[in-house]
Design a protein around this ligand. Sequence first.
Ligand SMILES: Nc1ncnc2c1ncn2[C@@H]1O[C@H](COP(=O)(O)OP(=O)(O)O)[C@@H](O)[C@H]1O
Ligand SMILES: CSC[C@H]1O[C@H](OP(=O)(O)O)[C@H](O)[C@@H]1O
Length: 404
Amino acid sequence: MSTSIATTSYEPFTEETAIAYIEKLNQKLGLFPAPSLLICKEIGDGNLNYVFHLSDSLSGQSLIIKQALPYAKVVGESWPLTLRRAKIEAEALQKAAETVPSLVPNVIHTDDDLAITVMEDLSDYTILRKGLIDGETYPNLGRHIGTYLAKTIFHSSPFGENQQEIKEISVRFTNPELCKITEDLVFTDPFFDHDTNDFEDHLKDTVNELWKNEELKLEAAKLKYIFLTKSEALIHGDLHTGSVFVTAEETKVIDPEFAFYGPAGFDLGLFIANILLNTISKTAIDEQQHSDLYQTIIETVEVFKEEYKKLWQNHHVEAFIQTEGYVDYMLGTIFEDAVGFAGCELIRRIIGLAHVADIDNISDCQKRLYAQQNALQLGSTFIIKRRNIRTIDQLIQETKDVLK
Ligand SMILES: Nc1ncnc2c1ncn2[C@@H]1O[C@H](COP(=O)(O)OP(=O)(O)O)[C@@H](O)[C@H]1O
Ligand SMILES: CSC[C@H]1O[C@H](OP(=O)(O)O)[C@H](O)[C@@H]1O
């Protein structure tokens, strides 16, 4: 439900005004049993938004309010950013809930004027990046993410949805400002000497070499063009390991504010890259290969392909769907794009503005340098060789060759 119960226009919440808002909403929706005693804490650790955790000390029940700021939190007011991203995020969660309800948080309420989404509290879950850094393993993760990807992509593509509906939906998910962030921070700035970049002095020579690599830049340019132009499906747009909540059994995908109609391989590529960034960090720390994470990547891709093929067989929206070779062609191009996007993500997390704790938290400088160089080398390999990396086994082998 989207309503505004505010009488004023947008104001960033404080912990006090967040409580006042929920108390008012509680009278309308009966969120907490009466009487209630609400407490609130701002817990956001992402780059862009406020996240308030509200709990009722009497019933023990809780919820989350996520609020967009009119700028990027990590940079400040000098980087203005549309509040409309809150609406896009809430609608993307609701859209995903139509096909993968168990894999996203429940949206309870939205308010476009205040740019907020009130949603299920997942505090019992762990952010996947943190869990992986702590050495936890998640046996269901690959199956869940593979299923999430297959269902969200297939059902929003012309193979699972009629073209007229797709055109309507894609207007709602036009997301130029957030796409521009990705176009710049993932696909452009890390390949040039740009002032948004942020890398350690000890990487200067390696980065200078990368900036001179014309073959790499040509292939990165082609991948950027694919990102700019290929409107295949409604994608999450930022599916890194900080956008996934996990328990030993369950998985929930959060934070789809970058959602838009884009290339179907983008989410898969980002997910693979971020799992590999953790593998790269572990390899640098204890010099061992980490087969359980490779297994997660293998399962993600295998389940994605299996589920996608099942959906393909059972849906008949497109006349050519039974044509021999068509589904394998589609899956082949999605995987090829995903490998290239994974390469760009590996590189941007080392050279670009937004880093990952998996690598930055390696305290030993030599080991951190080794991890950073491995990520850059693997990223370059994926980008340049993506047409020859046809299977997930080949991708794992390329990774092992770089990390050996
Ligand atoms: N539904 C939720 N339940 C519990 N904690 C959440 C929830 N959503 C977000 N958080 C917390 O807030 C943090 C930032 O959320 P995120 O959606 O990634 O924000 P941003 O868009 O700023 O990156 C997460 O890492 C997590 O700790
Ligand atoms: C200035 S935005 C940088 C970076 O942050 C986003 O991630 P998150 O919202 O999860 O913090 C996205 O990956 C952007 O590229």
